[in-house]
Design a binder for this molecule. Structure first.
Ligand SMILES: NC(=O)c1ccc[n+]([C@@H]2O[C@H](COP(=O)([O-])OP(=O)(O)OC[C@H]3O[C@@H](n4cnc5c(N)ncnc54)[C@H](OP(=O)(O)O)[C@@H]3O)[C@@H](O)[C@H]2O)c1
Length: 332
């Protein structure tokens, strides 16, 4: 079968399509014939050797996929050949067939197509966990989303609206802001790009305060990090929750901790993957809630670009180059 392989660490153009052996079934696993897989930021980091968990070379990137079960190992109940599923494998999804541990596989509703199913688990899973279990977002609160047109960002915009918040979307271009407004954001604005200087940081804080009647945002969802984080914390409301999601802009920021004291606010870490490992049943309940929201059309995962497996490297480059809006899919 064909597999997109990372044989040496580096930029996406170093990836190669290789012919490898089909996976063999083992206990507690199923084999899925992939129909779609989606690209996430960890793929961009992992192929360059920059991710917190680093597989040995060669490896196939790709943390999640969807398809049809073609083989079932011993000790697997509740899953059978022919089931339509998605799988969160963390690795190895950019290929034609994948051996997936049973606990990573979830049956999808008949009404959900394979592209949507591949686009949903990590982004919407992370964002629902962040807003519900970590921030305890309440109806009527103000939610500021950075990188709002990206994978986790756009999922947060939709979920924030579904939970009754006033959503403010922040992104780097008007096209991205417009996409967020289309997906339900109440307000949107363009933030500066590059290495933000002091004045640009102050302007960012002022803009957030202006859009929140001077009170600041109740909840801040930050997958961008770097120089964007501190001005957003400075524009967080009393009793606010600032969610540490990721650092797509590069640096892990160092925050003056007195800001948390002065604002009576919480800086809240979000590590969805670790939580799923510790509380799989809670996560399954969240997925059922997401399926329900999808059937009510309250969430509509946006697939901006799709590439064939042979052009999988281009799909990863698209995310790396900040061109993605919503999700980028590899069709298999
Ligand atoms: N904590 C968790 O459990 C968890 C789970 C999933 C993902 N994450 C993290 O969340 C972050 C976003 O992941 P994603 O899959 O949503 O990625 P994505 O689709 O690429 O979105 C990231 C957004 O960050 C913004 N950005 C700012 N500076 C950037 C830069 N230098 N390069 C690229 N993007 C930049 C971009 O929006 P603008 O152009 O509008 O600025 C982009 O849309 C990553 O750091 C990822 O590791 C964390």
């Amino acid at each position: 079968m064909k597999s997109l392989q990372c044989v040496e660490l580096g930029p996406p153009d170093k990836l190669q399509i290789k012919e490898v052996s089909d996976p063999q079934i083992i206990p507690d696993h199923v084999i899925i014939e992939n129909k779609a897989a989606s690209v996430n930021f960890p793929d961009v980091l992992m192929i360059q050797g920059l991710y917190q968990f680093q597989p040995e070379l060669p490896f196939s990137p790709g943390g999640e996929c969807s398809g049809i079960i073609v083989s079932v190992g011993e000790n697997v109940e509740n899953l059978k050949v022919g089931d339509r599923v998605f799988a969160m494998t963390g690795l190895g999804a950019f290929c034609e067939k994948i051996l997936a541990p049973k606990h990573s596989v979830v049956k999808i509703p008949d009404s959900m197509n394979f592209e949507t199913a591949a686009a949903l688990p990590m982004t919407y899973g992370t964002s629902l966990y962040a807003l519900k279990q970590r921030a305890n977002l309440k109806e009527g609160e103000t939610l500021l989303v950075l990188g709002a047109a990206g994978g986790v960002g756009l999922a947060t915009v939709e979920l924030g609206k579904a939970m009754g918040a006033k959503v403010i979307a922040a992104a780097s271009t008007q096209e991205k802001v417009d996409l967020c407004l289309k997906h339900g954001a109440d307000e949107g604005f363009i933030y500066p790009t590059g290495d933000l200087n002091r004045d640009q940081q102050k302007e960012l804080s002022s803009k957030i305060k202006e859009l929140t009647d001077g009170l600041g945002a109740n909840v801040v969802y930050d997958p961008v990090g770097d120089k964007y984080s501190e001005p957003c914390i400075r524009a967080t409301a009393w009793d606010g929750r600032y969610l540490v999601i990721g650092f797509a802009a590069g640096e892990i920021p160092k925050i003056p901790i007195n800001l948390a004291l002065l604002k009576g606010m919480k800086i809240v870490g979000v590590f969805w993957g670790a939580w799923v490992g510790m509380f799989p049943e809670e996560n399954k309940k969240n997925f059922l809630e997401l399926f329900d929201l999808h059937s009510q059309e309250k969430i509509k995962p946006e697939v901006s670009d799709s590439f064939p497996l042979e052009e999988g490297a281009k799909a990863i480059a698209h995310l790396k180059d900040r061109k993605a809006k919503g999700k980028v899919i590899i069709k298999i």
